[in-house]
Design a protein around this ligand. Structure first.
Ligand SMILES: Nc1nc2c(ncn2[C@@H]2O[C@H](COP(=O)(O)O)[C@@H](O)[C@H]2O)c(=O)[nH]1
Ligand SMILES: [Mn+2]
Length: 751
């Protein structure tokens, strides 16, 4: 056995040598305090360290590695408790961990010999392959290579859980001693008794597992969704899809019908969705390296005409123009893909797409517009009544954000297409975070694609195929929705230990197994969004197919994924200014106060506050005096909108909206102007003037709230400049030390 010292002078040494060195260190540490006459804490320090080293060395038995494995296993399982590892939910890894700490599948039995020859042979740790976070042992390199080339051909069904258990909705250990191969697929069972039960009705038991894909693949999330929807009043129907996973406010991959509006179910990225476009450029003509340079334009602000674009899409001409044409952070992306296969041309007749075409898949939402809209109802955990002013106002602003997000995806695609000198046409636009008014209630889709349309994209990951789906129309229980992606397997925080841990690992993250490129110059984001953070999209597709919810008509191969580029000149300038660091730490903070004695309180703080202490963050900095400027900002004079006053001008006009013939005979369109602010809202959405008036008023209120949010944000950034006015000296309060003890003046008052 060898040990690998990644940072040592001699990297790989025999394990026995490693043990001898450790043993010698232990003996020296034990002898040193006696020889050198140490006492007290020094004595204890050496003895405790010596005993720890010698205990670990003594645990080793050369012929069997179990003790170390056990220690590692215990530590790892404790570590795993604190970071959700969904793979434990999807795969049966009850046989423990490998020596390297990965969960072990199939009880260490070689799945390839089992499937190919029906032989149950134990694999060896030296032939280990890891798939989806689970390790499998193989009896030879040949079987391991076979598995790596095509894992799906050898993996046990139902994640290695007992097939009979799964058929009755339970997850029991699947023991390879009790196994069956049916149609080339491997099924495992808990014990002999259960295995005999299975033999009574093989086909029936296997068929039953196909009906429960969600329960098998995401049990934790299903339990979470049940809890969540049990707590919400007025929920009448829930549909969950195979990409289901826990989200910040609620389950992602779900459609929920309720009689109230639950903004929390949608969160702040209102209108997020996937839009797929076909380019007029065949993949064979693409120069990937050149395209990678050109597509960086997406990081620059967009310089188009926002007013014209917004108006053309029936949106207010000044609705959040600043962020238009840009992707945003998180897992949003613009991906250049090749149409890899097309299953049935006639199904796609309308779209005129062919194998070998270049496509763009854009995933983006409503940026800070959605955040501002959500910010107005952040605390409405018990939902909003559709007939309340706040409910209608939220929904109107939400609807605008959904349309804004769709327009934004189109603008992003147009920018990318222009950079690649190509035209483009829309193939599918499917939002997946939105609320819709339906006859039987309010349909909340969170990470569930709107599927009452001919084609729906299903995103894989930047290193997996994506798919184009045709939804099945005859499944009302799916609430006109579908899976939107593969869904997260690991949360963002836990990705730090799962990807990009070594330099070569990190370098690998910007290449894909399809020979593609990834542009993501934010290292943390690159790791958080690594392909292994996601479930297998092929499995999601399989689940959709077996549940008869959709069929795939095209596969899309990722070539170039754009997420985030750094403007190198700007970054260098910023680094120079901040003396080598990027100046990313916050230099000011905004504190909002409420209550009735605010002036009395703030008067004792406004001015300069001094802190006397060596900085715990800058150990070598000699400075001991730090100053903070405290300024008061009063935003209580922002006007409230009052719809009952004569401050409104309401005009009607002949509408070009969906009024059909009706539109020519009456003035159904309504324009409302709020005279003090000049804000205008228009509606031609409805046939009746009365309803258009209501919609326009709702829009006006929503726009007013947005304006307030935007102006507050602007004020905040102006106020952040205040720290430049800081006076160093003459402090109103002085604090000392890491405990911030306040220093008093001679009269015993504040200094
Ligand atoms: N083709 C790509 N798909 C990706 C990428 N990163 C993530 N994804 C998939 O998109 C969905 C988006 O999920 P959401 O809940 O945040 O809307 C996710 O489930 C993945 O399947 C990528 O770079 N390329
Ligand atoms: Mn999304």
């Amino acid at each position: 056995m060898l040990t690998d010292h990644e940072t040592g002078l001699i990297r790989v040494v025999p394990y026995s040598f490693h043990l001898i060195v450790d043993f010698a260190v232990g003996v020296v540490f034990l002898a040193a305090p006696f020889v050198l006459g140490f006492k007290g804490i020094d004595f204890a320090y050496y003895v405790v360290n010596a005993l720890a080293v010698l205990t670990v060395v003594s645990l080793h038995k050369p012929e069997a590695a179990e003790p170390q494995t056990l220690v590692a296993a215990t530590l790892l399982s404790i570590a795993n408790l604190s970071s959700p590892a969904f793979s434990a939910d999807e795969y049966n890894t009850s046989s423990g961990l490998t020596a390297a700490g990965a969960p072990l599948g199939m009880h260490g039995v070689d799945p390839v010999t089992f499937v190919n020859l029906g032989n149950r042979i134990d694999g060896a740790a030296r032939h280990t392959a890891v798939h989806d976070g689970v390790a499998y042992y193989f009896s030879s390199k040949e079987t391991m290579d076979k598995f790596t080339a095509k894992p799906a051909g050898y993996l046990p069904q139902n994640g290695g859980f007992c097939t009979f258990g799964v058929s009755v909705g339970k997850k029991f250990d699947g023991d390879p001693q009790f196994a069956a191969i049916v149609d080339g697929k491997l099924y495992l069972f808990l014990n002999e008794e259960i295995f005999r039960e299975f033999q009574k009705d093989e086909a029936g038991t296997i068929a039953k597992d196909g009906g429960k894909p969600v329960l098998i693949r995401a049990r934790g999330a299903v339990e979470a969704i049940r809890c969540k929807t049990d707590l919400l009043a007025g929920v009448s129907h829930v549909a969950a899809f195979p990409d289901l996973h826990p989200g910040k406010y609620g389950p992602v991959g779900s459609a929920i019908l309720a009689d109230r509006i639950y903004p929390q179910l949608i969160g702040n990225d209102i209108g997020c969705g996937m839009s797929l476009f076909a380019l007029d450029l065949p993949a064979r003509k693409l120069r990937l390296d050149k395209a990678a340079q050109k597509i960086r334009v997406l990081e620059e602000p967009w310089h188009g005409d926002p007013g014209a674009c917004l108006a053309a899409d029936g949106l207010p001409t000044d609705l959040h123009p600043v962020a238009l044409g840009t992707i945003g952070g998180g897992n949003h992306f613009c991906e250049l893909q090749e149409l890899d296969s097309l299953s049935d041309d006639c199904l796609l007749a309308g779209t005129d797409i062919r194998k070998g075409d270049l496509m763009l898949l854009v995933h983006s939402g409503s940026r800070s517009l959605g955040m501002a809209v959500f910010g107005t109802v952040l605390e409405s955990f018990s939902g909003l009544d559709l007939d309340s002013t706040v409910g209608r106002t939220y929904l109107a602003a939400h609807n605008d954000a959904v349309r804004w997000a769709s327009l934004n995806r189109r603008l992003i695609a147009e920018r990318a297409a222009r950079a690649l000198r190509s035209d483009l046409r829309l193939v599918a636009d499917a939002p997946h975070n939105l609320i819709e008014e339906h006859d039987d209630g309010l349909l909340h889709r969170k990470g569930a694609a709107k599927a009452d349309m001919p084609l729906v994209p299903l995103a894989g990951s930047r290193d997996a195929l994506s798919y184009l789906l045709v939804p099945k129309a005859n499944r009302p229980e799916a609430l006109a929705s579908l899976a939107h992606g593969s869904g997260r397997k690991y949360d963002r925080r836990s990705m730090a230990g799962r990807a990009g841990t070594t330099r070569s690992d990190r370098d690998g993250l910007i290449r894909t197994s399809f020979g593609g490129h990834v542009i993501c110059e934010d290292r943390q984001l690159l790791i958080e969004e690594a392909p292994n953070a996601y479930k297998d999209p092929n499995q999601v597709l399989d689940d959709l197919r077996t549940s008869d919810l959709a069929q795939s008509v095209a596969t899309l191969k990722p070539l170039l994924t754009f997420k985030k580029a750094v403007n190198r000149e700007l970054a260098a300038a910023r680094r120079d200014k901040h003396g080598g660091c990027d100046g990313a730490d916050p230099s000011s903070a905004l504190v909002t106060l409420s209550g009735n004695q605010i002036p009395e309180f703030t008067n004792t703080w406004i001015g300069t506050v001094q802190w006397i202490c060596k900085s715990p963050f800058r150990a070598h900095h000699r400075r001991q005096n730090w100053y903070v400027g405290v300024f008061s900002i009063d935003n209580s004079d922002l006007p409230e909108i009052d719809l009952e006053t004569s401050a409104l001008r309401i005009e009607t006009f002949r509408s070009g909206g969906p009024g059909g013939q009706h539109q020519n005979t009456t003035d159904s369109g309504v324009r409302v102007t709020h005279l003090p602010t000049g804000l205008v809202a228009v509606s031609t959405d409805e046939r009746s003037q009365h309803r258009n008036r209501r919609v326009a008023l709702d829009r006006l209120v929503a726009r007013f709230i947005l304006k307030r949010e935007e102006s507050l944000a602007r004020d905040r950034s102006a106020q952040n400049q205040l720290h430049r006015l800081l006076e160093r000296g003459n402090p109103v309060r002085v604090f000392k030390g890491e405990g911030f003890a306040e220093m008093k003046n001679q009269a015993g008052g504040r200094r």
